[in-house]
Design a binder for this molecule. Structure first.
Ligand code: ZN
Ligand code: ZN
Length: 281
């Protein structure tokens, strides 16, 4: 069965996510306000203008678009794109690019950066991304966008502007910083990430894979394939302190409407409003 890939949009509060997602077929998301992407599916034109792209793992339905996006940015004379990815992907992806360059007799400009669990990647002074460990069939990472907040330390609250300036000049750290998890993308994973990642339960928006929803596939099947079954998420819902869980990466056997119906039937009412399904056109 052939699938088409219209890019659709979902919003909650200040956050808008664009993308497309069907398990095994293609998954890609972007946050237009930050100009970053999380997985690239087959490399759609919407993603050509995105300079920083975070790749969860090396399965083709998430990563096959990397070479094509590199070539399209080259054609458009855009600056070299930076792809962040699990360290294990860097050598094989570089090899793929070298082979393609040899075939085309052309050299491309790009950066592949291997990243690790919890390593901060600054997007701008008030926003950063940290990878988190996920548990799939091949090495994989999820990514969280954090907002960096700061405020004056209480012991400096009584100082005037000149005194604060002097303290800064003297190298004193007068502000305290903390990070708030805003949007997390799991990529493909078993449910373990939910229990092991210390910030995931308080992320404002959790964009997570839930590939299987009912008895047509068992939890054991889901785990065999490195995926999440709805029956594993439901008992964890009381522990989720964020605002929304956005279900993605549905098996192609489920439509969005069918997923909504199954959620209505199976998710306990106090938690139902927190769960949405990434739309299909
Ligand atoms: Zn997948
Ligand atoms: Zn996968």
């Amino acid at each position: 069965m052939l699938h088409s890939f219209p890019i659709v949009e979902w919003s909650h509060g200040e956050w808008t996510i664009k993308g497309s997602t069907v398990a095994g077929v293609g998954t890609c998301f972007m946050i237009p306000s930050l100009n970053v992407a999380f997985d690239v599916a087959q490399g759609f034109t919407h993603f050509v203008s995105v300079p920083r792209l975070f790749i969860t793992h090396g399965h083709m339905d998430h990563a096959a678009g990397i070479p094509y996006l590199i070539s399209q940015r080259g054609l458009a004379h855009l600056p070299e794109p930076v792809f962040y990815m699990p360290e294990h992907m860097v050598q094989p992806m570089t090899q793929i690019m070298k082979t393609w360059e040899q075939m085309e007799g052309h050299q491309y400009r790009y950066q592949f950066v291997g990243v690790e669990d919890n390593e901060p990647i600054t997007l701008r002074p008030d926003m950063l991304v940290r990878p988190f460990a996920t548990h799939h069939r091949i090495p994989s990472l999820g990514y969280t966008v954090f907002r960096v907040r700061k405020k004056l330390k209480s012991e400096f609250a009584s100082l005037n502007n000149r005194q604060l300036h002097e303290a800064r000049q003297a190298g004193t750290e007068i502000e305290e910083h903390w990070e708030e998890p805003e949007v997390s993308f799991t990529g493909d994973t078993r449910i373990e990430f939910f229990d092991s990642c210390k910030w995931i339960r308080r992320t404002r928006i959790l964009v997570m894979e839930v590939t299987y929803l009912d008895e047509r596939k068992s939890i054991a099947n889901a785990r065999d394939w490195g995926h999440v079954h709805l029956d594993e998420l439901i008992p964890r819902l009381p522990h989720f302190a964020g605002e929304k869980i956005l279900v993605t990466h549905l098996s192609s056997r489920y439509s969005v409407a069918e997923c909504q119906r199954l959620l209505d039937e199976r998710v306990p009412p106090p938690f139902r409003h927190k769960i949405e399904v990434f739309p299909q056109p």
